[in-house]
Design a protein around this ligand. Structure first.
Ligand code: THU
Length: 132
């Protein structure tokens, strides 16, 4: 397996794409799904949920982290993100910081149109904020 677990990268990305089907994105029309692989093997999925008060919208990645934490899971192995079929969907800055709280060097996979990119959170967020 490509990510050191029982689940392949393809399986993680497929789960993110499946979660994307539930996206509520009537304002941006940008549907995003995320699949968070937990250390215990659980896969927690989520989608973006927008709001008429635009700033209240939540990204798929942060929704997945919140759902996992609410289920008692705080140790993560990988995060897969599926955005629109054209273009790349790396996690936004807010989601990087949010994820850093629990998994500073978690593996990150994101769709990029043709296929997917693999990186690590500490590459995407080299100077994360930590309380002084
Ligand atoms: N979005 C995500 O779900 N994840 C990201 O990392 C970037 C953006 C969502 C938020 C909003 O609903 C839509 O994509 C357009 O910004």
């Amino acid at each position: 397996m490509q990510n050191g677990s029982e689940r392949s990268d393809d399986e993680l990305l497929a789960a993110a794409r499946a979660a994307r089907e539930h996206a509520y994105a009537p304002y941006s029309a940008v549907a995003v799904g995320a699949a968070l692989l937990c250390e215990d093997g659980a896969l927690v999925t989520a989608c973006n949920v927008e709001n008429a008060s635009y700033g209240l919208s939540i990204c798929a990645e942060r929704a997945a982290v919140a759902a996992a934490v609410a289920a008692g899971k705080r140790r993560f192995v990988a995060l897969a993100i599926a955005g629109p079929d054209h273009g790349a969907t790396p996690p936004c800055g807010a989601c990087r910081q949010f994820l850093y709280e629990f998994a500073p060097n978690v593996r990150v996979l994101y769709s990029d149109g043709d296929g997917y990119e693999v990186t690590a959170l500490d590459e995407l967020l080299p100077a994360a904020f930590e309380l002084p």
